[in-house]
Design a protein around this ligand. Structure first.
Ligand SMILES: [Zn+2]
Length: 372
């Protein structure tokens, strides 16, 4: 059965656009899937860890990164948010001045050494002690949190009874939220029932992004054939976790969970000494989210289910970040479309559904298609 529905254009509120020659092709793919805007993560090299170009230090500034994104086609977005990478160089004064300049709208906490280009990050307690978190709260700057406990051994990183994300939410987040009750927090790319329950238990100042892959797959899908294109941080978890995430996005009253793809392209994904973390879903994220709704048993031909989908993809995130819900629309159709490997000057990027195939392929068919 083929059917279509029309949605407002949406904001991908967690994505990786990288730098240099990757910017233009990645931006083009995001525009192609109905994105009105992006929140482009700051784990570049050097990181986006200062606000103005004229600020001290060799880091990239928000000012420079946004202008690079605009020059590479990003001017077609109605908005680009570039969060500040919280590092040893971040001070409370920098947060205050950045917020007053209007350029600083979000900041990103990475667990030190916890994911791609996070070696300049510092612990959460460092930013509590030096007043950075208090300044974020005071100025209404959103704190985007990669919620995994850092510096743990393999046993604690991923076990049957515990993992780095659960430990972070149980040991760190309660304290953070209790100490800074007005701090706007986005729990990024949550993967566990414990994180979903935590967010549900908080006030309206705490929300969460969920990726397509964490709604579509669990750890069994990654282990079966060692599908390394599904390897991302935090890694996909167990079925009861996926069920909790699916319940969160399918809830017709959901206001706290929204789309942030964490689309993270790598030209070289697996190497002889490990695997880069991140799944590439640029160009196909609404199609994958729709597939995830369908796999969870939702009937997207039903107007009420379409509303829940629109809350998740288009409106909850915009409202949390005080962005206008776009009047421009795009169409999602239950009609097959082809996805191809993305060739760039720096190498080929494999979209996740192609990486999940057990045969070597450079394209595959999705059940959904998008027209802008
Ligand atoms: Zn990310």
């Amino acid at each position: 059965m083929s059917f279509s529905f029309t949605l407002p254009k949406w904001y991908d509120l967690h994505t990786h656009m990288r730098q240099g020659a990757l910017l233009a092709p990645l931006i083009e793919q995001h525009l192609k899937m109905g994105c009105a805007g992006i929140l482009a993560m700051p784990n570049t090299k050097p990181p986006v860890a200062k606000v103005l170009k004229s600020d001290a230090g060799a880091d990239l500034s928000i000012e420079e990164y946004v202008s690079q994104l605009n020059a590479a086609g990003g001017h077609a977005f109605s908005d680009i948010i570039a969060p500040l990478y919280l590092s040893a160089a971040t001070t409370a004064q920098m947060i205050t001045a950045g917020a007053q300049s209007g350029l600083l709208r979000a900041a990103k906490y990475y667990p030190p050494h916890g994911t791609t280009n996070s070696e300049k990050a510092m612990s959460l307690s460092h930013f509590i002690q030096n007043g950075v978190i208090a300044a974020l709260e005071e100025h209404g700057v959103v704190l985007c949190i990669h919620g995994e406990k850092h510096d743990v051994e393999g046993e604690a990183y991923f076990g049957r009874g515990t993992n780095a994300e659960e430990a972070f939410y149980e040991e760190k987040m309660h304290l953070l939220c209790a100490s800074f009750p007005n701090l706007k927090i986005v729990a990024e790319h949550i993967t566990t029932k414990i994180a979903a329950d935590f967010v549900n238990g908080c006030g309206g100042n705490v929300a969460a992004t969920i990726t397509p892959q964490h709604l579509l797959y669990n750890v069994g899908h990654m282990m079966q054939g060692l599908k390394y294109h599904l390897y991302c941080m935090p890694v996909v978890k167990f079925e009861e976790d996926r069920e909790a995430l699916r319940r969160a996005v399918l809830d017709p009253l959901n206001t706290k969970f929204f789309a942030g793809t964490d689309s993270a392209p790598h030209c070289v994904k697996a190497t002889p000494c490990g695997c880069a973390a991140g799944c590439y879903t640029g160009g196909i994220a609404p199609q994958l989210y729709a597939q995830a709704f369908e796999n969870a048993g939702a009937d997207l031909s039903n107007a009420k289910t379409q509303q829940a989908f629109i809350h998740f993809l288009c409106t909850n995130g915009a409202q949390f970040y005080n962005l206008p819900v776009p009047s421009e629309t795009f169409t999602l159709s239950r009609r097959p479309s082809e996805v191809h490997a993305l060739k760039t000057e720096l190498g080929t990027i494999t979209p996740l559904p192609i990486g999940m195939l057990s045969t070597q392929a450079t394209s595959t068919t999705l059940n959904w298609s998008v027209e802008c």
